[in-house]
Design a protein around this ligand. Structure first.
Ligand SMILES: NC(=O)c1ccc[n+]([C@@H]2O[C@H](COP(=O)([O-])OP(=O)(O)OC[C@H]3O[C@@H](n4cnc5c(N)ncnc54)[C@H](OP(=O)(O)O)[C@@H]3O)[C@@H](O)[C@H]2O)c1
Length: 244
């Protein structure tokens, strides 16, 4: 028996990295998973890789019309949602003094605004007792130079969760934040030079970045009844980086 047998899960930004690893695991555990992303080729590849019980929807989580289309597809195909993992996120380095309006707007428009509307637009389809979680970042918990905009745009997520727990209590919908540390996803590999990678590794107790699968297993915990008494929390999976 799988931990998500018969469940419908929606994972935004699910064509790569941690969320793709999560989508694979959720399907292995019995769920039907909807994944979204902006690039059609990446979406098709991810759907082929997962192979079964998966639907790809090309959608930009910063675009409210795209979000409407994503949830219209879920409604048409499955009717309801049990699990939402709002994982689509973005960020780039920018030192105070050099931060551009575009960097600020891009980060906040996806991480803060897009995530809120993803949850809001999913809500009418949500089954009572469902699980919502959003991808945060331990950048918001530590003072990493050059990452203030990204850190701030992710710092809103635990605040959302705390309020929404109250607002959704009658429907028994749980809301949490999954907060990874440095994880060697394709996105990270493409933006890291050797110096940045060494800098990241130096702050991790085991001196090795996380793997997407190590976050996927935490996502499965939050998605399933294993976390039935975990609500309104920020679950940090960063190998201990934040506490040393
Ligand atoms: N990797 C890390 O070290 C790390 C640490 C802490 C937090 N995070 C957070 O974890 C999440 C996933 O990161 P990852 O490193 O696993 O990334 P990744 O491998 O690059 O995957 C990012 C995924 O999100 C999609 N995406 C990006 N912008 C999108 C948008 N506007 N709308 C819909 N989908 C979008 C990408 O597809 P398209 O490009 O085709 O849209 C891709 O599927 C992000 O929220 C990130 O901020 C990452």
């Amino acid at each position: 028996m799988g931990k998500l047998d018969g469940k419908v899960a929606v994972i935004t930004g699910g064509t790569s990295g941690m969320a793709l690893a999560g989508a694979k695991l959720f399907v292995d555990e019995g769920a039907h998973v909807f994944i979204s992303g902006r690039r059609k080729d990446a979406l098709d590849e991810a759907v082929a890789l997962i192979g079964r019980n998966v639907t790809g929807v090309q959608a930009d989580s910063a675009d409210l019309d795209d979000l409407d289309r994503l949830f219209a597809t879920v409604k048409r195909d499955k009717g309801s949602i049990d699990v939402l993992w709002a994982s689509a996120g973005t960020g780039e380095q920018g030192r105070l003094g050099e931060i551009t309006e575009k960097q600020f707007d891009d980060a906040f428009s996806l991480n803060a605004r897009g995530t809120l509307f993803t949850v809001q637009k999913a809500l009418p389809l949500f089954n009572d007792g469902g699980s919502i979680f959003m991808t945060g970042s331990n950048a918001s918990l530590r003072g990493y130079p050059d990452w203030s905009v990204y850190a701030a745009s992710k710092a809103v997520l635990p605040a959302y969760a705390r309020v929404w727990v109250s607002e959704l209590r009658d429907r028994k919908i749980r809301v949490n934040v999954l907060t990874p540390g440095q994880v060697s996803s394709p996105m990270m590999e493409s933006v890291m030079d050797a110096q940045l990678k060494a800098q990241f590794e130096s702050v991790i107790p085991r001196r090795e970045m996380g793997r997407p699968e190590e976050i996927a297993s935490v996502a499965l915990f939050l998605a399933s009844d294993d976390s039935s008494y975990v609500n309104g929390m920020e679950l940090v999976a960063d190998g201990g980086t934040t506490v040393i």
